[in-house]
Ligand binder design. Structure first.
Ligand code: URA
Length: 220
């Protein structure tokens, strides 16, 4: 089945589909049910690095004076310490390593939320952020934007800390999740490798890739 997604990078209202061929190739491998946990994790790590490249494309740079072996020049740098990656446990952790390998000095926050299996509502059990969030640009990561309830709950909590910006990064999203997240938080930019067809009655994305946490940690 071909995945329907708009071809332009910016689809509508703050949704950015990363259509880079390598990202799409790796996502296809991750979707395959025969892909082992070890390969799934490795692919998620690689795809996260590629997505980090897109998401940080327009990060502000400052000029600093450096000495090359031949000359002194003014050259651009980003302030890595201003970036906070916030992982929505547990599947978000699968994205963290890739992001940290390209922005190693970023700090990391964790939010533990689980979905009530009956209501599909998000229930918080853990919240730990770095200090001085008012100075930070936050990137919230979760491989799947499904019902959107978890993302909304995470962003509600984070907004109370008044960071400079919040961006949401996921591998796969669906129309329902995008709608729910943007109904509560239209200002949040969503970066995703795919907007899949739909959500099923159990809150799984179709065609999706199954349970991302189980596939990362081999718990299925
Ligand atoms: N979480 C997952 O891991 N997979 C889905 O399809 C939806 C939510």
């Amino acid at each position: 089945m071909k995945i329907e997604s708009t071809k332009s990078t910016l689809n509508h209202n703050n949704v950015f589909v990363i259509e880079h061929s390598l990202v799409q190739h790796k996502l296809t491998l991750m979707r395959m049910k025969g892909t082992s946990s070890a390969s799934f994790r490795a692919l998620l790590n690689e795809i996260s690095m590629l997505m980090a490249y897109e998401i940080t494309k327009e990060m502000p740079t400052e000029f600093t004076t450096i000495d090359t072996p031949l000359e002194t020049i003014s050259s651009p740098v980003i302030d890595e310490k201003k970036l906070v990656f916030v992982s929505i446990l547990r599947a978000g952790n699968g994205i963290l390593d890739g992001l940290l390998s390209v922005v190693p000095s970023a700090s990391v926050g964790h939010i533990g939320l689980y979905r009530d299996p009956k209501t599909l509502e998000a229930i918080e059990y853990y919240f730990k952020m770095p200090p001085q969030m008012e100075d930070k640009d936050v990137i919230v990561v979760d491989p799947m934007l499904a019902t959107g309830h978890t993302a909304v709950a995470a962003i509600n909590r984070l907004k109370a800390l008044k960071p400079k910006s919040i961006t949401f990064l996921c591998l796969i999203s669906c129309p329902e999740g995008v709608k729910t997240l943007h109904e509560s938080h239209p200002d949040i930019k969503i970066f995703t490798a795919s907007i899949d067809r739909e959500l099923n009655d159990h809150g799984y994305i179709l065609p999706g890739l199954g349970d991302a946490g189980d596939r990362i940690f081999g718990t299925n």
